[in-house]
Ligand binder design. Sequence first.
Ligand code: BGC
Length: 907
Amino acid sequence: MKYIKINLRYFGILLLFSLCTLAFGKTNVTSLVCEYHTNPVGIDVRQPRFSWQISTTESNVQQKAYEIRVAGSKEDLGKKSVLWSSGKVEGSQSVNVEYKGTLLKSMQRAYWQVRVWDNKNKATAWSQPAYWEMGLLESSSWTAKWIAMPKEDIAGQCLYLRKEFVASKSIQSARVYVTSLGLYQLFLNGKKVGNDLFTPGWTSFNKRLQYQTYDVTAMLGKKNAIGAILGEGWYKGRLAWEKNRDIYGKKKALLVQLVIHYTDGTSQTIVSDKDWKVSDGPILQASIYDGEIYDARLEKEGWLSAGFDDSKWTNALPIEHSKDMLVAPQGVPVKAIEEIKPIRIFTTPKGETVLDMGQNMVGWVRLKVSGKKGDQVTIKFAEVLDKAGNFYTDNLRSAKSTDIYILKGQGEETFEPHFTFHGFRYVKLEGFPGTPELRNVIGIVIHSDMKPTGTFSCSDSLINKLQKNIQWGQKGNFLDVPTDCPQRDERLGWTGDAQVFSMTAAYNFDVSAFYTKWLKDVAADQLPDGKVPHVIPDVLGGQGGSTAWGDVCVILPWTVYKVYGDKRILEVQYKSMKAWVEYMRERAGDDYFWTGGYHYGDWLAFASDRSDYPGATTDKELIANAYFYNTTRLVSKIASIIGQKADSEKYAQLADNVKKVFIHEYVTPSGRLVSETQTAYALAISFGLLPENQKGKVAELFAEDVVKMGHLTTGFVGTPLLCSSLSAIGRDDLAFKLLTRKEYPSWLYPVTQGATTIWERWDGQKPDGSFQSVSMNSFNHYAYGAIGEWLYNRVAGLNVDPNEPGYKHILFSPHVGGGLTNAKAEFQSVYGTVKSGWELKDKNFIYSVTIPANTTGTVTLPNADPEKILLNSLPLSQEMKKKLVATSNDVTLNLGSGTYQFSYSIK
Ligand code: BGC
């Protein structure tokens, strides 16, 4: 009997399993995201977009149709009372499919799921349900009041605010909506709400101020205490040059609305109002540039718990401040992502006690210390040691970047700052009671919580280190906005830096949401005449209009479109793009020639004192007109993508005219460029600014310059285009030479000097250990890291096709050179994992690619003979041979999804 039972059970499982495979095949729908987030809570995009991936064990899988259904609860999915059912929609779109159902109301949640049909007409099962939830959509939904300290704010000091309340019934769900003028940390019953840092984030505060939404259902009890700490942050702390402060306002304030839904259908709302209590506390100073001073003796024991006696605290003051600019976040929050242990502790020649984190990082340290009440530990931060091995902070300029902790004297105490961050590898401790050990310090790495999407590696360990440094540069400078540097008195959203690095950034991490958010501030801060400020958010009072910097408003949306297949971003940002082109057109006037204005030019390019090469100073107006052409042409293309036909034609015409003038002004009849620098050549070649008959000559002169110099001479503008334009003229050999050079100036020189991030200057620290000028010498500046794009798309050969964006169609084209024996890249696209990797064993070339489901790829095999190519160890089929295209060098094939390995001996 027992035997039969077991067998029956076995049979049942088997039957279920076979039914599953029959019904669902091996293909599933996974990775559901809404507006680039998994199950977002508190968004305000009325018609959010859905994306999904198809996971399959089969090859050549294409989606032929999809069906989405949306309901107010999981249970209602599949029932009649749905919010939307798309019906079966023919087509392969699986990325950014717009919700077309009933618009949701404030605080409403909806569940969605999707199923697809593949090219064999097989339907998958319905996916697991996912959800999204709206935030507070109208400013009238806010019944909370802005509250502040009645007294004037003391510069630097943080405020503590609190209130107690009773939740009397059984709780079904609870959400808190919160924001501040300044930075806030919110607590419920002693615990921090969410693990986001630097909330509400940095935006153009007076036009767009983000509020966050948190699900706090599990944090509530019967008797509750809600509390917040407020710091100055970007809103009113010291920022930009000199002693500049109070840029957005003079008073810190808090806005909180907590909505509790009870199981009996009733609800209760707790809001910030005059009943809240406010006090100062232990944080005596919190400044982004200068650091934090924390006096633990002033802690208010128990202030975050119900029952605390706050009778000595003052009542908060409700203040008038608009709520019209409140928006839900679209980006990614800053979080503590990683912890790093120091690798050594040592005494410098000057006698300083210093810890080495082994990595130039951004964040702070968690300090563990025991001592007497009133002992004071000073923590300083530096990126490098000087020539003699001493702690070096001159390059921080006026940023004090110092945390001070004053002990309360109660056993082992732990300190972490709240509203500051530092860029550092070395940590100096002063006044530490006793002898500090490695265990007293932990490095907390913070950055915007972008999903890592790309890896690149090859057979050269120095290039691998360069790649790591590029990624660290990105982590350290993607802190809610893309900043130039994280350490000195700057840390601003420099547009030029963001522009040149955007494609590299989009390989390394998922920057879709991060840029979507920042671009809204670009548009918000753009001036009425279309001028784009130098930094966004604009804290420099409207200074802007520099070529290659302002173009960020076109190039970044284009990057997001290319990499994530996001057409909406082109529509949303179109007005801003157009305004910038019109700004340039206005300046150029009737002769289509842009002269004058303020431009940064090829910022920080190599310069030398040699008489035969006085320095790579590229004519700034040449750069301006090259960008004027390129950006106008791009806007013409974008206009046609989004159906603005008349604009598209208008800008195509304008671009043509600019090109004619460019050639007239800058290309001599014999094929020389007026400014004979690598940057000028790279721009003319990359942007297609040369007459057909001059291309050969210009290419020759460009190559000659690189050979003559033996190294790069480019700055911020030329560097990202240098290797790709050498590739474009068929000189990968020279590009690899530049890439593998180890002496100054080169990408690898800093690596040989032990760099762990990308430096601002080619010679930030010279071979003799001395430094570049203190006025401009960051050791964590990602701009030169823009070479990363070429590593991915040329060396490993993994490239996006702008004609089928989002990696819907992938271009695979590896290039061997620089003595490398292998290189590989992996990328998590919106469709799934893309891989491209090669290996050279003697003359045998092995190349593997992975093409995700619902995409296709075109593979170009270098130096290949179709007859000798093996695919997965077998000769190419007759059918494949018929379809491939062979030139004297390369063989090109089109492939469906799947994993393929080619091998052949190189011609
Ligand atoms: C920043 C740059 C920026 C530049 C403008 C500097 O101070 O650090 O990275 O692009 O100014 O040229």
